[in-house]
Write a protein that binds this ligand. Structure first.
Ligand code: NDP
Length: 276
C-alpha cells in the first residue's frame, strides 16, 4: 500500500516517520510543506492523480492557536480550504484520508468526557477552522478517518513537554495553570495507532476521539514531566495567564467509540509519558 504523509516535518509527521520503518509492507512518501504545500490546490490535485496513493495521513495544519486569532485567513486557508481540496482529490483518486482534528472544537462547558455525537462549539479561530475542515471531509467523502486528539506532545518540536523540560533544565520558574482539564496525548501513540489501522486495513471509517486515557490539568501534566525528568524543580500555580484565544476549560474526550472500532490498545497518559 502507498501512503502519503503530508506535513511530514511537524511533530506528528516526524513521529509517523520514526515508526514507519516497522512497516516494511507499506510504501511511504513523506512530504513537508516545502515538498507539497497544501494551499497550492492545483499542485495537490496533480500530485495525487500522479502517485495513486492508497492512504493520505494529513499531519499538516496551522497549529498556532494564539496567532490564529490575528491570522484568521491563513488559519482557514490551511485548516479548512486546503483540507477541502485534499478531501475532494482523495475521493477522486480512491485514497483514504486520515485527518487529525482537535478537542478545541468543543466549548468545554461539559463536565463529562465529550463523545463524537456531542455538539461542537469552538471558542477560538483555530478550533473553528479545524471544525470547518472536518465538515468539508464529511461532506465530500466516505472513506476517511478523522481523529480528534488533544494536548499532543513528544520529544520533537514545539509542545508542552519540551517547553517544561527546557525551562526546568535552564532553572527557570515554572508557573502553570490549573484552570483547564484535558488529556495529554503522546504523539508516538497516535502515530502508531494510525499505522496499525492502515496495516490492518481497518475500514471502520468515521470521526473518532483519540487521546491517551485519564485526565489532567496543565499543572498535573507539568508535575508528571518533572517527575519523569527526576528533577527537583518547583512548580507554582498561576491562573492569571492573559491569552488572546479562549480555550475550553474541560476537553476530555471519550474513547468509547474508538475502543469499540479498533483493537489497538490506548494507554493511560501517565504510563505513556514514561515511554519518552
Ligand atoms: P505541527 O505544528 O508540529 O506540524 C504541522 C505541520 O504542518 C508543520 O510541519 C507545517 O510545516 C505543516 N504545514 C503548515 N502549513 C502547511 C501547508 N500549507 N502545506 C503543507 N504543510 C503545512 O503540528 P502537530 O504535529 O503538533 O499537529 C498534528 C495535528 O494534530 C494537526 O492537525 C493539529 O491540528 C492536531 N492537533 C494538535 C494538537 C497539539 O497539541 N499539537 C492538539 C490537538 C490536535 P512548516 O513547519 O513547514 O510550516
Amino acid at each position: 500500500k502507498k501512503v502519503l504523509v503530508t506535513g511530514a516535518s511537524g511533530q506528528l509527521g516526524q513521529c509517523v516517520k520514526r515508526l514507519s520503518s516497522r512497516y516494511q509492507e507499506l510504501e511511504f512518501t513523506f512530504a513537508s510543506s516545502d515538498d507539497l504545500d497544501l494551499t497550492l490546490f492545483g499542485v495537490v490535485s496533480a500530485y495525487l492523480r500522479l502517485h495513486e496513493f492508497d492512504y493520505c495521513i494529513n499531519c499538516a495544519a496551522y497549529t498556532k492557536v494564539e496567532q490564529a486569532e490575528k491570522e484568521q485567513e491563513m488559519a482557514y486557508l490551511i485548516n479548512a480550504e486546503a483540507v477541502k481540496n485534499l478531501a475532494a482529490n482523495c475521493a477522486e483518486n480512491d485514497c483514504v484520508l486520515i485527518h487529525i482534528s482537535t478537542d478545541y472544537v468543543f466549548d468545554g462547558k461539559q463536565e463529562t468526557p465529550y463523545t463524537e455525537d456531542d455538539e461542537t462549539c469552538p471558542l477560538n479561530v483555530y478550533g473553528a477552522s479545524k471544525l470547518m475542515g472536518e465538515e468539508y471531509i464529511r461532506g465530500l467523502m466516505e472513506d476517511y478517518f478523522i481523529f480528534r486528539t488533544s494536548w499532543l506532545y513528544s520529544d520533537i518540536g514545539h509542545n508542552f513537554f519540551n517547553t517544561i523540560r527546557k525551562k526546568a533544565e535552564a532553572g527557570e520558574e515554572l508557573n502553570i495553570t490549573t484552570t483547564q482539564k484535558g488529556t495529554p496525548t503522546n504523539a508516538y501513540d497516535l502515530a502508531e495507532f494510525i499505522l496499525e489501522l492502515i496495516a490492518n486495513d481497518n475500514q471502520n471509517f468515521g470521526t473518532y476521539h483519540y487521546s491517551n486515557l485519564g485526565e489532567a490539568t496543565w499543572y498535573d501534566f507539568a508535575e508528571e514531566i518533572l517527575k519523569h525528568m527526576k528533577t527537583n524543580s518547583q512548580l507554582k500555580v498561576n491562573n492569571d495567564f492573559q491569552t488572546i484565544a479562549t480555550r475550553p476549560e474541560y476537553s476530555v474526550l471519550s474513547k468509547e467509540k474508538l475502543q469499540n472500532a479498533f483493537s489497538t490498545p490506548v494507554e493511560d497518559w501517565k504510563v505513556s509519558l514514561e515511554k519518552l
